[in-house]
Ligand binder design. Structure first.
Ligand code: ZN
Length: 163
């Protein structure tokens, strides 16, 4: 368990992520690489999946015990389905800068404006480690957009090898 299945071609990606179970497995494998789902509030692994509500529920006693698969990821707070998000992530990872928001819009059936936003968010997410694992990084959502911040400020200085 915990293995990320990465489709090889775009048509493969589109059909792979159209399947809800595949999306779930994909995000789950990224968020919890060891295969153990943990509550984002208290860290407890004693959680159950509520199939009807499509959320996890922590068995510990605290508020906001239910959490979705999207919680704490760059997809949080977005009404756009994981099927579309993951396809865009796939495109951003595998096609790099060769794709435009128009390509994305056409491929997943959203407006160009929405596609642009998704692509931006996907690319920001990948600035972390350049890989798919960064979609699980919540801080990405909070990052200021480029117009407001200095691009260089996001880089971490390399520690000096001198001793
Ligand atoms: Zn909890």
């Amino acid at each position: 368990m915990g293995k990320v299945i990465m489709p090889k071609t775009l048509p493969e990606a589109v059909s792979h992520f159209r399947n809800d179970a595949n999306c779930h497995a994909f995000v789950k494998a990224i968020r919890w690489p060891d295969g153990v789902v943990r509550c984002p509030r208290c860290g407890s692994a004693d959680v159950s999946w509520l199939q009807n509500a499509r959320v996890y529920k922590c068995s510990a006693e605290h508020d906001r015990r239910k959490f979705s698969l999207k919680a704490g990821t760059i997809f949080e707070g977005s009404p756009i389905g994981l099927d579309k998000w993951l396809t865009v992530m796939w495109m951003a990872i595998n096609c790099k800068n060769e794709i435009s928001s128009y390509d994305v819009a056409r491929e997943i059936g959203v407006t160009q404006k929405t596609a642009w936003f998704m692509l931006q968010r996907a690319r920001l997410a990948m600035q972390g480690d350049g890989g798919v694992a960064s979609v699980a990084g919540a801080p990405v959502i909070l990052r200021p957009n480029r117009a407001r911040g200095h691009e260089g400020a996001a880089r971490t200085p390399r520690p000096s090898p001198r001793r």
